[in-house]
Design a protein around this ligand. Structure first.
Ligand code: ZN
Ligand code: ZN
Length: 166
């Protein structure tokens, strides 16, 4: 299965193609443009920002870090329509786990009653959340996902700045 060139999540079905790159949805497609900018940001600036977020306080609970990227997975069905998404959140480990437990309940309540994908995707998303709870990012070092997030965040600020100038 293909992986989204922006958020890195596995594309179960569909996706938008741009040359050799595949994105999971329009949002990721737009942000994918930013990756080109992101590559031009000096590594030491990224490093400094990553450290600041990682050692900083959690934006969700205002508690102590380390703060990292915690992805949570949802699925929601209504008879013939099943939609699913994976949301990356910047938060501490315990907020990440709470978010995933919340999404497991959400999937269990709303995910399965769609034909034909509901049941399968509910299982997939619940397992992904469980794996996320078991294999949380190493608290000692910032994850690759956090570096990615910071690069994209800095790139989007840069693009916005330039758009204001034009
Ligand atoms: Zn994506
Ligand atoms: Zn927290």
């Amino acid at each position: 299965m293909a992986k989204c060139a922006f958020c890195g999540s596995t594309i179960i079905a569909g996706g938008i193609k741009n040359g050799e790159l595949t994105f999971c949805n329009q949002d990721c497609f737009d942000k994918g443009v930013l990756t080109q900018w992101a590559d031009m940001i000096p590594a030491e600036l990224v490093e400094r920002q990553v450290r600041a977020i990682h050692q900083g306080i959690c934006p969700k609970c205002q508690g102590k870090g380390p703060v990292d990227v915690h992805v949570s997975h949802q699925v929601c069905s209504f008879i013939f329509k099943t939609s699913w998404k994976s949301t990356p959140g910047i938060c501490c480990r315990s907020c990440g786990i709470k978010g995933r437990i919340g999404d497991i309940v959400y999937c269990a309540l709303l995910g399965w009653w769609g034909i034909p994908w509901g049941l399968i995707l509910t299982l997939v998303q619940i397992i992904r959340n469980l794996l996320g709870i078991i294999f949380t990012p190493n608290p000692a070092i910032p994850s690759e996902a956090l570096y990615h997030y910071v690069r994209i965040d800095m790139a989007s600020r840069e693009v916005q700045k330039r758009q204001r100038l034009i």
